[in-house]
Design a protein around this ligand. Structure first.
Ligand SMILES: [Zn+2]
Length: 286
């Protein structure tokens, strides 16, 4: 193991690659880049691997041996080939738009519980105003989570027709383990879903382990974007529905092609029946 790899392992930040290290009396600078696959367009949710240019960013992480740790990060600016927009990648362990990691923010927040902002600022070599702002941002994220969301680990996202036949849907969120309804959102647009999940806070987004939804692409994109630790699964109802659709198309094709063959007549419901519920004659026919 090289000493660079040692530091990568010590930091344990996903996708972080350290290229060089500079040591100073009171700080350590790690020159690094991220190597996490494609970027996801914040506008349309499409993945893209096209890099437009590189930017650099300075991010403070937890101290090591009493020294400040600064990541000088080379970040990629991607181009979305669908909406032709540029956007910067932002690793999930950095506070969006800030110059510190999430765990640094958490640490500052915890320190503020025991001493005044000015004291924390002096200890960490940060402006006390920054400390104060950071404290309230963290506090909002930790307090605002409604109680019904507190224990949700597996969530379902589905829609129901608001007005039948009008292509007007509302989106329903359920707690899959407790079988309870969490919320009904006014529509199933990406912006609506994203705003709702972001308002619930990062703690909530990170605690989700499984998100189950139908094949509606927006749900899959939003789930991948908002819930870094969750596995996205397609619920069984929609998988079976899609499979049955294919099976029925094949049946219709055969029925047209072999108009006179009696074996394709009246077969439809037998095809969708569970094998263990079919009798001998039905099995023979199939
Ligand atoms: Zn896009």
């Amino acid at each position: 193991m090289t000493h660079l790899e040692f530091y990568e392992e010590l930091l344990g930040l996903p996708g972080l690659k350290i290229n060089a290290i500079e040591q100073f009396p009171r700080k350590i600078i790690l020159h690094c880049e991220t190597q996490v696959g494609n970027g996801i367009c914040p506008q349309c949710g499409e993945p893209t691997g096209i890099v437009n240019q590189y930017d650099s960013r300075r991010v403070r992480d937890l101290d090591i041996s009493g020294k400040e740790v600064w990541l000088h990060l080379r970040t990629r600016q991607f181009v979305c080939h669908v909406c032709n927009r540029c956007f910067n990648e932002s690793p999930e362990w950095i506070m969006p738009g800030k110059s510190y990691t999430k765990r640094q923010a958490k640490w500052v927040f915890e320190m503020c519980a025991k001493q005044p902002f000015t004291e924390v600022g002096a200890l960490l070599n940060m402006c006390h105003r920054t400390v104060e702002r950071l404290f309230y941002e963290q506090a909002v994220q930790q307090i605002d989570l409604p109680a019904r969301y507190a224990k949700v680990r597996k969530m379902g996202i589905d829609e129901i027709a608001n007005r039948k036949g009008k292509n007007d849907y509302v989106c329903v969120l359920t707690d899959l383990e407790r079988g309870t309804q969490l919320d009904v959102l006014k529509d199933r647009k990406k912006e609506t879903l994203r705003a709702h999940f972001q308002a619930l806070g990062e703690g909530f987004c990170e605690q989700l382990e499984v998100v189950s939804c139908d094949i509606w692409r927006t749900y899959i994109h939003v789930a991948k974007e908002c819930f870094p630790n969750a596995e996205v699964v397609i619920d069984r109802f929609h998988v079976v529905k899609a499979l049955n659709g294919v099976l029925d198309d094949i049946r219709k094709g055969l029925r047209r092609e072999f108009k006179d063959a009696p074996c394709f007549k009246g077969i439809k419901w037998k095809l969708f029946k569970r094998p263990e519920k079919c009798d001998r004659a039905e099995l023979d026919l199939l």
